[in-house]
Design a protein around this ligand. Structure first.
Ligand SMILES: Cc1ncc(C[n+]2csc(CCOP(=O)(O)OP(=O)(O)O)c2C)c(N)n1
Ligand SMILES: [Mg+2]
Length: 647
């Protein structure tokens, strides 16, 4: 048995060694070390179908230790995925090769998620496992019933996000989640003993996981452990003691095999040691045939499945079916508009759509503050996944990584809440959602100094600027109920773009006093007030500052200074409008002014050097919010005074 497996595993080893050598960059150590475990997994356990990588009931394989990307590419090529050819492997790390430095998610390729930032893959895998449980409950276990495997190294487990994600996975009893720990005790700087002395077994067990220890080069042990994990009632970690760079006479077991080519001379020695008498990139046909057979093992099962269950999602209600209720709520509000916090408006929207079956809500222990949980929500509980709301606990980073997994798995739409200030704890996962073009919705409340007394530690200043600088992320900051509803609709409709919805804690005055069936927020910015046909000032504002801008506009008019006020709930959507539209908004007056209770640098592109930017360039203050606004000159009198000085 062993020889056979060893030869299959050596195919992975040599493709990885050769690709890294040819690219003159990359990480050979991990694929060499984990080739044996991966071979048993793919051969004997993983249910997958290279002919249809999107088979919904496939087992998911997540390479959290993304630097070992050649392991994944080798597996995909060997088992027959069309997405990765031998030529792609020869072009490892070259422009436009699917075999990028770190795995980059592409739909329908076998690359299930983008990894590389260590620990992220673990949280994605937890998201996959939660999706599996939720959909199994919704659709039945004949349709969904699969495992999620995640391969994580020492580095992934050192990262804080691993603690958050593993802890929640244990709590929820995600029994179909299996973590393969590449326990080689080496990372970049050398032995892990330089920096860590965790007792992994105690750590996992305290989370509520099963923990198995094996020699990661012993096929029987690997097989037995994977077999055992299939039946566990808890998530299972399999600690695979491996040698990084296995097979390299001079570099195995050493950090030197982690992240650089082994070198021609050493590669010759590895070939000799592992009796691999083939040229670079050559896979002998008998071994390729065997690998391809592994790729075909689920063919029949997957085919039958496709036939029977093709339309499994067709009866999921679409957002359209909620449109009338959404319009009615906006109409009702516009008949009698009252000051309201936008977080409250968001809750009202969620009240309407909480029954959308693929919408999965949650918050990082701030449900009552983020207004993310409605009366109709049912909680996802340990071992019971009939709910549609996840209490993520105080785990912002994992929440966002898990939401990426929920979005990637199939058709769930995750949204999760925290305070805007703590978007910094979410940032690495938000960035990946944007890169992977996933519809993940972040409900970030308490979006400015307007939160008041909690003070500068809780008052976001630079967060909007930083979020706006992420490509393919829509940052919405609605000004009242109607805009909040519109922004939510846009967030749900944008299938390939994640959205931040920044919402106020404090009540704010409405600015849209009549409802329109046209979604004005979809333009990113639009005129909300004009005090004369001929104007000399353009004032742009977002969120809680739009009603302030309207007040400024009216007061200026009484002094003979005429203006228009632009509500700009989304910079990114505005930037996508035609030049004509953008000029209509921005180029009418010489003086363009922005008002937003936030750091102002992102506004300069609209206001130019000649404009005025009302905002903050320092941390906030702890006080009742109206006093803070006054303190920072964000009130009608101060703003008017400065505008007059300018004109
Ligand atoms: C968040 C993050 N920090 C740092 C890195 C850089 N980095 C890549 S691999 C690595 C060491 C990983 O060690 P381990 O997981 O043990 O991998 P092995 O050396 O065993 O392959 C580091 C620090 C990264 N990719 N992501
Ligand atoms: Mg390691």
């Amino acid at each position: 048995m062993s020889k056979h497996y060893r030869e299959l595993a050596n195919c992975i080893r040599f493709l990885s060694i050769d690709a890294v050598q040819k690219a003159n960059s990359g990480h050979p150590g991990m694929p060499m070390g984990m080739a044996d475990v991966a071979t048993v997994l793919f051969k004997d356990f993983l249910n997958f179908n290279p002919n249809n990588p999107s088979w919904i009931n496939r087992d998911r394989f997540v390479l959290s230790a993304g630097h070992g990307s050649m392991l994944l590419y080798s597996l995909l090529y060997l088992s027959g995925y069309k997405s990765v050819s031998l030529n792609d492997i020869k072009n490892f790390r070259q422009l436009d090769s699917i075999c990028a430095g770190h795995p980059e998610y592409h739909p329908n390729t076998g690359i299930e998620t983008t990894t590389g930032p260590l620990g992220q893959g673990i949280s994605n895998a937890v998201g996959f496992a939660i999706s599996e449980e939720i959909l199994k409950k919704q659709l039945g276990k004949k349709i969904i019933n699969h495992k999620t495997y995640v391969l994580a190294g020492d580095g992934c487990l050192m990262e804080g996000i691993s603690h958050e994600a593993l802890s929640l996975a244990g709590h929820l009893k995600l029994k179909n989640l299996i973590l393969l720990f590449d326990n080689n005790s080496i990372s970049i700087d050398g032995p892990t003993s330089l920096a860590v002395s965790d007792n992994h077994e105690k750590r996992f067990k305290s989370y509520g996981w099963d923990f198995l220890k094996i020699n990661g080069h012993n096929y029987k042990e690997i097989f037995k452990a994977l077999k055992k994990a299939q039946k566990s009632k808890k998530p299972t970690a399999i600690s695979c003691k491996t040698k990084i760079g296995y097979g390299s006479p001079n570099k195995s077991g050493k950090a030197s095999s982690h992240g650089s080519p082994l070198g021609e001379d050493e590669i010759k020695l590895v070939r000799k040691k592992l009796s691999w008498n083939y040229k670079p990139f050559e896979i002998p046909s008998n071994l390729l045939t065997q690998w391809r057979k592994i790729g075909e093992k689920n063919l029949q099962k997957a085919k039958e499945y496709e036939k029977k269950y093709k339309k499994i999602f067709s009866n999921f209600k679409k957002l359209n079916s909620f449109k009338n209720v959404i319009e009615k709520a906006k109409d009702d509000y516009s008949k009698d508009p009252k000051p309201l916090a936008t977080r409250k408006s968001s809750e009202m929207f969620l009240n309407i759509i909480s029954k959308l079956p693929n919408l999965i809500g949650g918050s990082a222990d701030l449900a009552g503050s983020n207004n993310t949980k409605t009366k109709d929500h049912k909680i996802v509980k340990p071992g019971n996944f009939s709910g549609n709301y996840i209490h993520y606990g105080v785990r912002e980073h994992a929440m966002c990584g898990i939401m990426n997994g929920l979005a990637l798995h199939s058709n769930l739409i995750p949204y999760g809440g925290t305070f805007l200030i703590f978007s910094d704890y979410c940032k690495p996962s938000i960035r990946l959602a944007a890169m992977m073009k996933q519809r993940v919705i972040y409900v970030f409340t308490h979006d400015s100094i307007g939160l008041g007394e909690d003070g500068p530690t809780h008052q976001p200043i630079e967060q909007l600027t930083s979020l706006r600088s992420i490509p393919n992320l829509n940052v919405f900051r609605p000004s009242d109920l109607i805009e909040t509803f519109e922004c939510w609709e846009l967030a749900l409709e944008n299938e390939n773009t994640p959205s931040v919805i920044a919402l106020t804690r404090q009540g704010i005055n409405p600015v849209r006093l009549t409802n329109s069936s046209k979604n004005k927020s979809s333009f990113g910015a639009y005129e909300i007030l004009r005090t004369a046909d001929n104007i000399n000032v353009t004032i742009i504002a977002t969120g809680s500052e739009t009603s302030l801008a309207v007040e400024v506009g009216h007061k200026l008019a009484t002094d003979g200074i005429y203006s228009k006020v632009i509500s700009m709930p989304c910079h990114e959507l505005f930037d996508q409008q035609s030049e004509g539209y953008k000029n209509k908004i921005l180029a009418e007056t010489e003086i363009v002014i922005s008002i937003e209770a936030s750091e102002t640098s992102y506004w300069k592109k609209y206001t130019g050097q000649n404009g005025l930017n009302f905002g903050l360039s320092d941390f906030g203050k702890s006080a009742p919010y109206k006093e803070i606004y006054k303190h920072f000159g964000l009130n009608t009198e101060s703003i008017i005074k400065k505008i007059k000085e300018k004109i």
